[in-house]
Design a protein around this ligand. Structure first.
Ligand code: CA
Length: 229
C-alpha cells in the first residue's frame, strides 16, 4: 500500500516509515497539516495516517478538507486519554483511530484492515461519510441520522455510539468495550450507563419500526445488523 503519514513528531514519523517500509508499504511523510493535505490530494495514496495535534492546522481540519471529495481510508493518531478526539474523529469521517503509544503489531493490523476496507468501499459505497444499515442512515459529515427517511434526534453520545455500531455492523460489543470506546471509562462493575444509553438509542432507532436492528446478545453485549426476518 502507498501510505501518507501526517505527523509532526519527527521520531514517531521516522519510526512509522521504517516499520511500514519493512512490511512492504511505500511511505511518505508530511510534518505539517497543509503540506500533508497537498500531498494527499496529489499522491494517490491507499491510506492516510493523521495526527491530531499538528503545528499549523489541526488534524480535524485536514480530515474535513479531505472528506469533501475523498473516501480514502484515514487512521487518526490520538493522544492517550483523549476520548473526545476519537469520537470527534469518527464523527468527522475518520475510519479508525490509534491511541499513542501503540504497539507495532496493532498498527500493522489496523493498516491491513483499513486497506481491505478501502478496496471493498471503492466497489460498494462511494461515500464513506454515509453509514447505512438496512434503512438506517448516518451522515457523519452533516451529523444527521434517519431511519426509513424519518429524521432521528440523537445526542452526541448516542451519535457516537451508533456510529461505532454501524461502522462495525455484525460485530458484538460488550458493555465494557462500549464504555471504553464511547465514554472512555474503565468500568470494573458498573456498566449501567451503557445499558441506559443503548435503551434510549433503541427507543429512537428501533422502537417505532417493525424491523429491529439493535439486538442484545444475551451474556455478551450488543450488535447492530439487519434483521433476518
Ligand atoms: Ca503531534
Amino acid at each position: 500500500m502507498k501510505i501518507l503519514v501526517i505527523e509532526d513528531e519527527y521520531k514517531l514519523a521516522e519510526y512509522l516509515k521504517r516499520a511500514l517500509t519493512e512490511h512492504n508499504h511505500i511511505v511518505d511523510i508530511a510534518h505539517e497539516g497543509i503540506g500533508g493535505l497537498h500531498l494527499a490530494r496529489e499522491g494517490q495514496y491507499d491510506l492516510i495516517m493523521l495526527d491530531v495535534m499538528l503545528p499549523d492546522v489541526d488534524g480535524y481540519f485536514v480530515l474535513r478538507s479531505l472528506r469533501q471529495n475523498s473516501t480514502i481510508p484515514i487512521l487518526m493518531l490520538t493522544a492517550q486519554g483523549k476520548v473526545e478526539d476519537r469520537v470527534k474523529g469518527l464523527h468527522e469521517g475518520a475510519d479508525d483511530y490509534l491511541v499513542k503509544p501503540f504497539a507495532l503489531s496493532e498498527l500493522l493490523a489496523r493498516v491491513l484492515a483499513l486497506g481491505r476496507r478501502g478496496i471493498s468501499d471503492a466497489s460498494e459505497t462511494p461515500n464513506s461519510n454515509l453509514l447505512c444499515v438496512a434503512d438506517l442512515e448516518l451522515d457523519l459529515l452533516r451529523r444527521r441520522a434517519s431511519r426509513a427517511g424519518k429524521k432521528l434526534d440523537l445526542t452526541a453520545k448516542e451519535f457516537a455510539l451508533l456510529a461505532l455500531l454501524m461502522r462495525r455492523q455484525g460485530e458484538v460489543f460488550s458493555r465494557l468495550a462500549l464504555a471504553e470506546q464511547v465514554w472512555d471509562i474503565n468500568f470494573n462493575s458498573n456498566t449501567n450507563v451503557v445499558e441506559v444509553a443503548v435503551r434510549r438509542l433503541r427507543g429512537k432507532i428501533d422502537d417505532p419500526f417493525e424491523k429491529k436492528l439493535l439486538r442484545t446478545v444475551r451474556g455478551m453485549g450488543y450488535v447492530l445488523e439487519p434483521s433476518n426476518d
